[in-house]
Design a protein around this ligand. Sequence first.
Ligand code: ZN
Length: 261
Amino acid sequence: MKTVYNESQYSKKAIINKKIESQNGKTLAILCKYYYFGKSKTKKEVLKLLSNFIDESGGSYDKRLLPDLLEKYTSEKEQLLDIQSVKITLAEMATIMSREDVNEQKVLYAMLVAYKCKNERCRISGMEQFLDNCKVSENFGEYFKDAKVRLGKMERGALLRNLEKDGLIWVDNDVKKTITLKYVDLEEDGVAIELKYFHDIWVDFEIYRGERYKRCECCGNAIKLVKTKQGGTPKKYCSTECQKHDKNEKNKRYYHTQSRI
Ligand SMILES: [Zn+2]
């Protein structure tokens, strides 16, 4: 499972879709922090909510492990990691779009987003030693996947060598296995794309390129816009679950304000 850069967003999606990611309890660990730090639930309430979540999502997690998980992820040194936004600058997009090959554009974009998310995470968690170093890990496969670029192994290698030859990246094949991005705009002058969701990052790039996409107003999932006959309004939500969830949230807010009047 990949790094989760906004744990509230991730939790909301997991709760709506009743989806448990894997058996190692990572979903539960993030949900635990979300309920405890984000929603100010008591430890007892969190335990109950996690237990219900396991039942609803059909997870195979051993509930006897929950008390230990609860103690670990509600400790003082834990925090809810919520990156609010990541900005790609005009200069960065100009470099990216100057590549003729659209696959190169997409991979450069995905690596840059991965770097900026990592940088924000370091800033929030106080890991200053890794700040602003323009390096990402050598997860080539992930960047191609994030960018939705489907190429064979040989073609991928050729694409990366091309980028390296033109001085856009530098691949360190030493022990550390990192890629240095040479097109990061450290001045951060002028914003071309501001990302607010950290899954399906290719959507923001497609929108920038003028493709007809938008994000679900509840969970941020990609929605492909189809041309409708006159006056059709585009869908707001990716699923009926999201529609229901947002309606419930709005009702809750409405009753909350009514009760205070
Ligand atoms: Zn949705």
